[in-house]
Design a protein around this ligand. Structure first.
Ligand SMILES: Nc1nc2c(ncn2[C@@H]2O[C@H](COP(=O)(O)OP(=O)(O)OP(=O)(O)O)[C@@H](O)[C@H]2O)c(=O)[nH]1
Ligand SMILES: [Zn+2]
Length: 372
């Protein structure tokens, strides 16, 4: 069934406007004949038991019973910003027309922060993001290890990372030199050097702002994310941190929201992520260190750990200068971290969760979508 057909019974859904929020018609849910038409919406932010959604007009919706049951079994079933969800018509306690959040549609991508407190499930920061601008200030000095950490996280999410070196007006280093130095840490990703203040390098990002794209920004606090969004939008649509206490600062971005850009993309604005744990369940490390792992294929021993083994092609590449030594150190550290986190969510836990999800979806279909 197409998006247009699905919208037919619900004259209140404007799919043209949903497209401005990144709605993909191919993802249109199929409604069972005779069931109450459910209405798609996109989550802007979440609170306790309720979410702020755009449908496309802003609504606050409470969680329906099926969703609450699913969340009790697995916290990842709870909606997060960027999720596409289905709403069911309901009444609030005063008898006024309202909507409940019935179901979270399958996530295309999910940005996960692991290692939150003792919870081994991790926390989903945002969903259905296509492209992430990994913002790293060129001045006073870029931090390649931080860029690598962000890249792993983005690859793991399923989104495409784009490294953006910000504040280039504050460094004497020519953009070409900057790009050349940073590119080895950003294997497989585009790298751009920009200055929001001077307006340079912004054109290079245009291709990532096309309609239908959901964008997000990652980068430490004060990296210049909000300033960059404003420069791209040509308007002050985000608060920026003009006043800060020190370099580490406080978060100046306090809202998580979906912000349409004039170019057609939507920006999913999440607060600066300062301390990130790696999930370790996906192929983020493999993708972020594809250069190193290509050499590893040539090691004499299959289980080579590239420490001191004879015939280690990785060590040989470092020796010959084909692989920066810094990359090897970075990889060791991040790989260990990812493995440690993955071990916490061991195989059994993952299987258990897959089984639970199956039940939850069945349950949702039964108790939610099919009920008249
Ligand atoms: N010189 C110069 N300063 C910049 C540039 N971009 C941002 N800044 C400054 O850097 C500071 C932090 O910028 P923000 O855009 O607030 O940083 P942010 O990454 O959004 O910070 P959080 O909201 O805390 O995550 C502000 O004082 C900006 O004016 C730039 O291109 N050049
Ligand atoms: Zn080796």
């Amino acid at each position: 069934m197409t998006a247009a057909e699905h919208s037919a019974p619900s004259d209140r859904t404007d799919f043209t406007d949903l497209a401005a929020l990144g709605w993909d018609p191919a993802a249109a849910p199929t409604a069972d004949p005779g069931s109450t038409p459910l209405r798609p919406a996109r989550v802007a932010s979440v609170g306790k038991g309720a979410a702020a959604v755009l449908a496309p007009e802003p609504l606050t919706v409470s969680y329906g019973p099926a969703l609450r049951r699913a969340a009790a079994a697995d916290p990842l079933a709870l909606p997060c910003s960027g999720d596409w969800v289905l709403l069911r018509p309901a009444e609030d306690t005063a008898g006024r027309a309202a909507w409940t959040l019935e179901e979270v549609l399958p996530r295309r991508t999910a940005l996960v922060r692991s290692g939150v407190a003792t919870d081994s499930h991790g926390q989903i920061l945002a969903a259905n993001i296509d492209t992430v601008f990994v913002c790293e200030p060129a001045a006073p000095k870029y931090n390649l290890a931080r860029v690598e950490r962000f890249l792993i996280l983005v690859w793991e999410s399923g989104a495409v990372p784009v490294v953006v070196l910000t504040k280039c007006d504050l460094t004497a280093e020519p953009a070409a030199d900057l790009l050349e130095r940073v590119a080895p840490a950003a294997v497989g990703a585009e790298v751009h050097a920009v200055s929001a203040a001077a307006g340079t390098g912004l054109d290079g990002l245009a291709a990532h702002l096309r309609p239908g794209t959901t964008l997000a920004m990652l980068g430490s606090s004060g990296a210049g994310k909000s300033t960059l969004v404003n420069a791209l939008a040509g308007a002050r649509i985000m608060d920026t941190g003009e006043v800060r206490d020190d370099g580490r600062g406080r978060h100046t971005t306090t809202r998580r929201e979906l912000v349409p850009l004039p170019q057609g993309a939507v920006m999913l604005d999440t607060p600066g992520v300062r301390r990130i744990g790696l999930g370790g369940s996906g192929d983020g490390v493999e993708r972020a260190f594809a250069d190193l792992l290509e050499f590893a294929e040539l090691c004499r021993f299959r289980d080579c750990v590239h420490e001191s083994e004879p015939g280690c092609a990785v060590l040989a590449a470092v020796e010959s200068g084909d692989l920066p030594e810094r990359r090897l150190h970075s990889w060791r550290k991040l790989q260990r971290e990812a493995e440690w986190n993955a071990a916490r969510t061991d195989h059994r836990v993952r299987q258990e969760r897959a089984r639970k999800w199956k039940t939850i979806h069945k349950e949702m279909r039964r108790s939610g979508r099919n009920r008249p």
